[in-house]
Design a protein around this ligand. Structure first.
Ligand code: ADP
Ligand code: ZN
Length: 517
């Protein structure tokens, strides 16, 4: 048996590596830099910890998540491996103890917060030792394009350069975009790294994206039918969490809630009730879940569309950690888009970062409106190659027939064409439905031949249709605070009748009950 597998069995008690882990470990042991793209919970810790145990010298793990460091170190120490962490939570004494431990070669693995890298004391000690590997967790934090930029990450490469002997540098992230990956390689100074993408496929998760007429009733029925199962319901705002919590509690279900507006004690106690199966269901904002490794979560419902695909996949990834079949259900409505835009708008990020957020939001909107296998769509987004449809997501299962929407598409596109300047989706919807709004009258859009030609559709239906056109590339959406709809080459060929537009007809969701609205 090879060394890595021996360590896996001996320390971790696992028989097999997950897909990708062994290749990553081999690559590190051979002394090569690498960039590994793995989802949260995909098992990346093992990828740098096993080489740490095999390689001569110490491994430094740079991690921004101070709150998780202690747990991780405790786990490794329990396995009988010398490990410690250095971050701002330590007292002077504790820090000295650890620095002495490094001198005495007590540790194989030391976790460190990036802010600590320029501490003179730490540097003067660590540079004297043989550092085998520097593993950089959440490596996307080095990039402005990522969703979590941290200036302290920019110090990592000069730290590495200040070392007498250059260690193996390994970077880990769950972020998909090309820009971020390029930034990681460049700004962390990785040398000719091999890029691994692994672990995104979670076969036991069924991905459903639905548009029920009443989300509330859908949730009620679902929770009723799965009362003995453990689940999370994510909502976009605290207000919505409170509302759902009240509603479900009044309906007689035992539920907990979690959001940043609650006291620390309340949050911790609700979280523990959930983890130890005292309550089956928790309603939460995205503040909930960091570091939660509860194995038996059978379902994750998104009451609102999340802000981007990374966040979505991370949140549904909390289901089915035990490998058993689990269900993920996103309940979409048009208003979710407005909510997410609002949250970006009132956020404190600078305008460049806001644009990144809008772009990522649009990718999420595109996913929701896709007619393809959702699993395949998401895995492709993260860069994994997928041959086959999953056969069990709500798109694979959709029984709706494919219908020709070319004529409707032409109405929309020619309306955009006639409006001459570029406008947002809302304005186009208003013109197509013949709205008598002031702006429409001022711009004399009521005189266009396309004015009111789609008034038989509801606002939401039309918005949905335009979003579907966007996600299939029949028309473009320019990014920005107020994204503008713009014709492209495919729009022209649809207008000229050279291309037909066919979508699967989305029928109302199956297990939906309107009786108690
Ligand atoms: P992350 O990628 O978020 O750091 P972890 O390394 O914490 O993920 O792994 C997530 C979970 O998967 C942990 O409970 C870990 O013990 C488990 N795990 C990792 N590798 C394997 C494996 N080869 N076999 C079984 N379980 C594994
Ligand atoms: Zn599918």
């Amino acid at each position: 048996m090879n060394k890595a597998k021996e360590v896996l069995e001996k320390y971790y008690g696992y028989k097999e590596f997950r897909k990708g882990q062994e290749e990553i470990i081999d690559n590190i042991i051979e002394g090569k830099d690498l960039l590994a793209i793995m989802p949260t919970g995909g098992g990346k810790s093992i990828c740098y910890q096993i080489p740490a145990l095999i390689l001569e010298g110490i491994t430094l793990v740079i991690s921004p998540l101070i709150s998780l460091m202690k747990d991780q170190v405790d786990t490794i120490v329990e396995m009988g491996i010398g490990a410690a962490y250095i971050n701002s939570s330590l007292s002077e004494n504790e820090l000295n103890e650890i620095l002495n431990g490094i001198k005495d070669e007590k540790y194989k693995i030391v976790y460190i917060a990036p802010e600590r890298l320029d501490s003179y004391e730490f540097l003067s000690i660590i540079t004297g030792y043989n550092i085998a590997q520097i593993a950089i967790d959440e490596a996307h934090c080095v990039s402005q394009w990522g969703h979590d930029f941290r200036t302290s990450y920019r110090k990592i490469s000069s730290f590495i350069n200040s070392l007498l002997k250059r260690p193996i540098v390994t970077a880990f992230t769950a972020t998909a975009t090309e820009e971020v990956r390029e930034d990681i390689v460049r700004l962390l100074g990785l040398r000719d790294p091999k890029v691994f993408i692994a672990g995104f496929d979670r076969e036991n998760l069924t991905i459903n994206i639905l548009k029920p007429e009443s989300k509330r009733n859908y949730v009620f029925d679902y929770v009723k039918n799965n009362a003995d199962q453990s689940g999370i319901i994510y909502a976009a705002t605290r207000k919505e969490v409170d509302y759902l919590y009240e509603f479900l509690q009044r309906s007689g279900f035992s539920v907990g809630k979690y959001h940043a507006g609650m006291s620390n004690e309340e949050r911790i106690s609700n979280q523990e009730d959930f983890i130890y199966d005292r309550t089956n269901l928790i309603i939460a904002t995205n503040a909930f879940g960091m570091g939660i490794d509860k194995p038996n979560i059978r379902y994750v419902i998104h009451y609102n569309m999340p802000k981007n695909i990374e966040a979505y996949y991370q949140e549904i990834g909390r289901a089915g950690r035990d490998g058993e079949e689990s269900e993920c259900i996103l309940l979409f409505s048009q208003i979710d888009v407005q909510t997410q835009k609002y949250l970006i708008e009132v956020g404190t990020e600078n305008s460049e970062r806001k644009n990144v957020a809008y772009k990522k939001l649009q990718q999420m909107i595109d996913l929701v409106h896709s007619n393809d296998c959702y699993r395949k769509y998401i895995l492709t987004y993260f860069g994994e190659t997928v041959e086959q449809d999953c056969g069990k997501c709500s798109n694979c299962n959709l029984e709706g027939e494919i219908i020709d929407r070319t004529l409707d598409a032409q109405k929309v596109l020619s309306c955009v064409y006639r409006m001459k300047r570029n406008f947002g989706t809302g304005m186009i919807v208003d013109v197509l439905r013949g709205s008598k709004g002031k702006k429409i009258m001022d711009l004399e859009f009521n005189k266009l031949s396309t004015y009111g030609i789609m008034k038989n559709y509801s606002k939401d239906e039309l918005r949905d249709f335009i979003n579907t056109l966007i996600s299939h590339g029949y028309i473009n959406l320019e990014e920005g605070t107020f994204p503008l709809v713009k014709l492209n080459e495919r729009s022209i060929s649809v207008l000229k009748g050279q291309e037909v537009v066919k979508f699967k007809q989305v029928v109302s969701t199956k297990n939906f009950d309107i009786s108690n609205e």
